[in-house]
Design a protein around this ligand. Structure first.
Ligand code: HEM
Length: 466
């Protein structure tokens, strides 16, 4: 691991002399931001820090200390061993503008109780129930596509996974509202980078300067759909055991504050549960289109295991290559591309001693592409995820779903959904990137294809089944 650099950063904010900072930029980041990096692409900054300083790097923005970690020991230390000392960092706090106090942004007792309420809906035993509905949604889109059509697959996957979350977890058929919702969320994402970088953006949202009116409008449209969904469930006196029913049962009092809390929880699961999976699928279709040999093995597996019938929950363990493809896709294009924490108290990491209020950043995108952990890292190779390779690999070098007590609650759901949807669509179609279409990742809340993913839908020559 990296060696300690003596503290040379003069700081009027009460820094104690015994702090020991890792190597890093001697100048304030704002200087670099203007000269070297486009502030809009933090991945370039993170990659530079990893290349230049290795496992752990330090820099400052104004008087704030920031660490960037790129070693499994450090990552484990922050996410698991010392997790009591860390809360979510500022960017996450900023997402409160959109998500309010849902499970992703809440801390302490509030977080614990929300997680407890939602947990049964994500229990392993519940997951099989969702499989049929997921496949039905997949079949619906599969049967709408026509041979030779061009689609923005990123948008199609968003619509598909929005319908899946609504149907499975919230027992709601969005159908007519899905375009409205997807459009409003897209508008918010477009503004998001700008908003999180802007000091006091929360306050600006309330006073509505002209540039932010679009954010307020889009948030209202999302709220309207979410409130309608809550109201419909309340009216129906649902006891169906969906996640929404559980949330309603835990929040029986219809006061404005508890309505707002319910809205926050529902919006959080909605956004966390569809956008990540949609991006994982869009990147997977892209990677398959660029790697014909892997694509052939993927199609062979589906044909062999399913014999032409739609997939079901029981098929998931047998669709092993499909799962390996999805895993390798999330290595190269992790939908959650970075995570951040904020230290409550002074803390030690290896040889270093850091002050309270330090922000700690970790990037799945950078660590997953580190050649020490994944040789020839840019090569798409699902074989990295055979059961044997997985056992051999050092923990905390691959963590698309995070780790520790804030690890993704929807992980099992996401694996099953991803595998079933890939198999359902891949059974009938082959997707080819439209020639000349530009593909570039854009690190927003999730890692999106910046210019969408324009692909040509091509019917497969299906094998005959006995
Ligand atoms: C490929 C799909 C997904 C990826 C890559 C992903 C990734 C992540 C990551 C990295 C975190 C931890 C963030 C942190 O610690 O700062 C997280 C948390 C979370 N995810 Fe996911 N997720 C996915 C799918 C889902 C699904 C399907 C749902 C729900 C339907 C979901 C709901 C949540 C929630 C509620 C949290 C907050 C958990 C907590 O703080 O206790 N995610 N996710």
């Amino acid at each position: 691991m990296a060696t300690a650099a003596p503290n040379q950063v003069g700081d009027p904010s009460g820094q104690r002399s015994e702090y020991r900072f890792p190597p890093g930029f001697q100048r304030n980041l704002l200087w670099f931001a203007f000269r070297k990096f486009r502030p809009a692409n933090p991945i370039l900054l993170f990659q530079h820090l990893a290349d230049e300083y290795g496992d752990i790097a330090h820099y400052k923005i104004a008087w704030n200390h920031i660490l960037f970690l790129n070693h499994p020991d450090y990552i484990r230390e922050v996410l698991v061993v010392q997790n009591d000392n860390f809360i979510k960092e500022r960017t996450v706090q900023r997402t409160k503008m959109l998500l309010g106090e849902g499970m992703i942004t809440a801390e302490g007792a509030q977080h614990r109780s929300q997680r407890q309420v939602a947990q049964p809906a994500f229990h392993r035993q519940r997951i099989p129930e969702y499989a049929d509905m997921i496949v039905q949604e997949g079949v619906r889109i599969r049967d709408r596509w026509r041979d030779g059509e061009q689609h923005d697959i990123a948008i199609d996957m968003m619509h598909l996974t929005l319908n899946v979350v609504a149907g499975t977890l919230f027992a709601t058929d969005l159908r007519d509202e899905v375009d409205e919702l997807a459009d409003a969320i897209n508008r918010i994402m477009g503004l998001y980078n700008f908003l999180v970088m802007l000091p006091a953006a929360e306050w600006l949202v309330h006073v509505r300067p002209p540039g932010l009116a679009a954010f307020v409008r889009a948030r209202k449209r999302i709220d309207a759909v979410v409130y309608r969904m809550i109201e419909a469930h309340r009216q129906a006196g649902h006891n169906g055991g969906s996640l929404l029913d559980m949330m309603l049962a835990a929040s029986p009092d219809p006061s404005a504050a508890s309505e707002q809390a319910l809205r926050d929880q529902v919006t959080t699961i909605f956004l966390a549960g569809y956008e990540t999976v949609a991006n994982a699928l869009a990147w997977t279709w892209y990677l398959l289109s660029q790697n014909p040999e892997c694509e052939r093995r993927f199609h062979d597996e589906i044909d062999r295991e399913l014999q032409g019938r739609p997939p079901a929950f029981e098929d998931v363990p047998r669709l092993r290559y499909t799962e390996m493809v999805l895993a390798e896709s999330m290595r190269l294009y992790p939908p959650a591309w970075a995570m951040g924490r904020y230290a409550r108290n002074d803390f030690r990491l290896g040889d270093f001693f850091l002050p309270a209020k330090t922000t700690v950043l970790i990037s799945q995108y950078v660590t997953h592409r580190d050649e020490r952990f994944f040789p020839d890292p840019l090569r798409f190779d699902p074989e990295r995820f055979t059961p044997e390779a997985k056992t051999r690999r050092t923990k905390f070098t691959y963590f698309p779903f995070g780790a520790g007590f804030r690890q993704c609650i929807g992980e099992s759901f996401a694996w099953m959904e991803g595998v079933l949807l890939l198999a359902t669509l891949g059974q009938k179609w082959k997707l080819k990137l439209v020639p000349g279409h530009r593909v570039e990742p854009e690190p927003l809340i999730t890692l999106r294809p910046k210019y969408g993913m324009r692909m040509l839908v091509e019917a497969r020559d299906l094998p005959r089944h006995a």
